[in-house]
Design a protein around this ligand. Structure first.
Ligand code: S3P
Length: 171
């Protein structure tokens, strides 16, 4: 430490890439606080995100997500786990970059599928064939993840500990 001069560590990546699990482990290691934007959103809306999508739709969710991200971005010495769609809005990325280094946890569709195959809490993956949905959404979002990130961490075939060490090695 410390090649990086920005204080937050921001994790981006597709649903099921392990942002929350890795973020918690990383925060503990660095003695940073841990912030999960989806948890803050759920605290605000007082319902699971999947219910919010059902009642109010994705567009309303994205507005709320922008508001929460703009507040979180003001913190320092935090590991921030974001929702997989955070990169759809360039305002989120510029806010997070102000005081954060952005790590893209990059996984293959097959790796991600293994992590989410029994999950029912992610509204965008609950329709049709899950692996095919992951492949097409990932194809659409990969360029956004890549261009938003300062560092790319490959996560396939790696344990949580190995991913945490890969991130720490970049610091
Ligand atoms: C979303 C990812 C989810 C959550 C919402 C939308 C997305 O977060 O924010 O369901 O568009 O990729 P996770 O990446 O933590 O699953």
């Amino acid at each position: 430490m410390n090649k990086m001069n920005k204080s937050n560590i921001v994790l981006i990546g597709f649903m099921g890439s392990g942002k929350s699990t890795i973020g918690k482990a990383l925060a503990q290691r660095l003695n940073y606080s841990f912030i999960d934007s989806d948890v803050l959103i759920e605290d605000r809306i007082k319902m699971p995100i999947s219910d919010y999508f059902k009642h109010y739709g994705e567009e309303k969710f994205r507005i709320l997500e922008e508001e929460i991200i703009s507040q979180i971005a003001l913190t320092s010495e935090a590991v921030i786990a974001t929702g997989g769609g955070v990169v759809k809005n360039p305002n989120n990325i510029s806010n997070l970059k102000n005081n954060g280094t952005i790590f893209y946890l990059k996984g293959s569709p097959e790796h991600i599928f293994e992590n989410v195959k029994y999950d029912t809490t992610r509204p965008l993956l609950n329709t049709g064939n899950k692996l095919e949905t992951i492949k097409s959404l990932l194809k659409e979002r990969s360029p956004l993840y890549e261009s938003a990130s300062d560092m790319i961490i490959d996560i396939d075939h790696k344990s949580i500990e190995e991913i945490v060490v890969s991130i720490l090695d970049c610091m």
